[in-house]
Design a protein around this ligand. Sequence first.
Ligand SMILES: [Zn+2]
Length: 338
Amino acid sequence: MQQLAYTQNSSQTLRYRKLHRKMKTGFWLVLFLGLGMIALIFTTYYLTKQVKAAENKINTTLNQYDELLQEHNTLLQEYKEIQEQQETLNQKFQLEKETLLQEKEELLKEVENLKKQSLQGGKKGKKIAYLTFDDGPSANTKKILDTLQAEDVKATFFVIGQGLKNEDKQALIKRITEEGHQLGNHTYTHNYSYIYSSKDAFLKELNQLEEEIKKLTGTKMTMVRFPGGSNNKLYKKYNKSGENVMVQIKEELKQKGYVYVDWNVDSMDAKTKELKSKEAITKAVVSQAVKQDQAVILMHDAQAKTTTAEALPEIIRQLKEKGYEFDILTPNSTQVQF
Ligand SMILES: [Zn+2]
């Protein structure tokens, strides 16, 4: 009985211990689960908060992006409008430019026509020959002047400064003006490489001769003839900086009241190195002059050109026969310019 009681007692203790262990385990389990739950709740709460913050950030960024997009679109629209305006302006400009160019073209033609008219009809019905002698005075000048005097014909001498210190040449210059002929400026040295090296070089030569002639005659020359003609491109060879020296010189001449004259009849007396016969010179002059009512005839009064002076009486005779009168070149006479 005692044994049974003891056994019963010990099995009760065992059960109690088991139960106690289970409860302990249960308690820890519950505690652990509880803590786990709390941690989970906190984590969830924290994460939700984080997600919300991130969402907010994303929304703000999206809004900003939208605004920027809108701004971009507005700018794009403005840009397109400006581009369209520019295109319209460009078209307008192009159109206006073309119109102006056309007008310019027409005006130039008109000027050309007027020039021709003035050249042909300036002195209507009158045929005028302008004899011009370049490069003098020379050993031939006296002969030329004697012929002109005998024929009672006036001419224009485009002189240079070479040898002007010589009294004989000075006397010839004086005689030219005293007998009613015209003196024109052909530069002091006629040296292409210098006079066409720059505008200043040309003007220096022009003024230098001007001064010398003024001292001798007391009058200022107004007519100019470019050595080599006004359409020569010699400056391209002699001007080192690539300037258009001819345009500059012409502008300067205009401002200073000079008038330059080329020719529409070439006696051909300087075309070749060998001397042309007086017959050839006469033929060249008369055959070209008859095509012009206002004939500006290029001849040379250089020492070597003896046949030009020899041809002169016959040239004058034939031109008179064809109804030509003779006159000197002035700023108001016909202006033959290349
Ligand atoms: Zn010359």
